[in-house]
Design a protein around this ligand. Structure first.
Ligand code: FES
Ligand SMILES: [Fe+2]
Length: 340
């Protein structure tokens, strides 16, 4: 037997055996926790986001806290029997109290506070703000402070806008895989059925990415992994999809969205166009062949695996640039080791 003159590269064929679905930690960023209206003063509940359990509460004076569940004293779970007391959350076990930044503020039976309690917060709490009528928390695996701020979004904060439509969808994949659909303009034609492959351009500026699809038809601004504002414009009418996804686990993401447009008069052509644009973003809009994400993207997201070395062709969008940009949101093992 002579050797095969054209030996195949086995690595190419066998690589899929070692692939993982979501080989990433939870990325750094601001994440939507809940709508402000869903948390009343004095309320406290357990939530599961960012790959762990947290205790979400609102103090009697209205401040929101997102706390690690386990008390710094002896580890009781604050979300089972804990209470909001004034401006603090109180542990059920020995009534230690913490403020929304995780400082221990009261030990009802100790004469002096343990020295550590005077130096720093002793309970991990996520930096949390309320904006756009929503509760947002900053996640950093090494508890670093926010390195950017949430932007002003006129459609959610200024007068003159309408549409209260919101939606929430659960995807069995990580946030990076969902976001990668943005620069992947080829799938718009082949998966969504768009009549043409819209040209795509991306630009990057720190945690921000701008995506321009179809020369201004869709302009998307991402602010880290957890906030994405996409403006769809047709015949001078813009409809905006504000998307705020949050990782539930490393392999599950809750996609949340609000849809807004200018407060056009009832019966106007503009309103009709705006409504059509919104329908088109989500599902199959009447009279159009292409389908929004709801009808087609999940079948891919829920089952695909991540190929770190994809085989791309010259027609593909800037997928590798997107991945390079997204990398900044992952804290590496080396960074972690250097810090602890
Ligand atoms: S375990 Fe929380 S106060 Fe003791
Ligand atoms: Fe898509």
């Amino acid at each position: 037997m002579t050797g095969n003159p054209n030996p195949i590269n086995l690595k190419v064929l066998l690589e899929s055996q070692g692939l993982e679905r979501c080989p990433f930690p939870i990325p750094v960023g601001w994440y939507f926790v809940d709508y402000s209206e869903n948390l009343k003063p004095g309320e406290l509940r357990n939530i599961n986001i960012l790959d762990q359990e947290w205790v979400l509460f609102r103090t009697e004076n209205g401040k929101v806290g997102v706390s690690d569940p386990y008390c710094a004293h002896l580890g009781a779970h604050l979300g089972h029997g804990g209470k909001v007391v004034g401006d603090h959350i109180r542990c059920p076990f020995h009534h230690w109290e913490y403020d929304t930044e995780g400082w221990c503020r009261k030990i009802p039976y100790g004469k002096t506070m343990p020295p550590m309690c005077k130096k720093q917060p002793v309970l991990r709490m996520l930096p949390t703000v309320e904006k756009y009528g929503m509760i947002w928390s900053w996640y950093h695996p090494l508890c670093e402070a926010p390195s950017w701020e949430l932007p002003h979004i006129p459609e959610l904060e200024d007068p003159g806008y309408a549409c209260t439509r919101r939606g929430s969808w659960s995807a069995n994949t990580c946030i990076q895989e969902i976001a990668e659909n943005g620069p992947d303009n080829a799938h718009l034609k082949f998966l969504h059925g768009a009549p043409v492959m819209p040209p795509v351009e991306t630009s990057y500026d720190g945690p921000r990415m701008r995506l321009n699809l179809g020369q201004g038809y869709i302009v998307g601004d991402s602010y880290g992994p957890g906030l994405n504002v996409m403006r769809f414009t047709q015949q001078g009418v813009t409809a905006t999809m504000i998307s705020y996804s949050v990782p539930i686990t490393r392999e599950k993401t809750q996609m949340n969205m609000s849809f807004r447009y200018k407060d056009y008069p009832e019966g106007s052509k503009e309103l009709q166009i705006a409504k059509h644009l919104v329908a088109h973003m989500i599902g199959a809009a009447e009279g159009e062949e292409s389908a929004g994400f709801e009808s087609v993207d999940f079948i891919v997201w829920n089952h695909k695996k991540y190929r770190p070395h994809p085989l791309l062709c010259d027609g593909d969008g800037p997928i590798m640039q997107f991945r390079q940009w997204f990398k900044q949101f992952y804290v590496t093992d080396e960074q972690t080791l250097a810090r602890i």
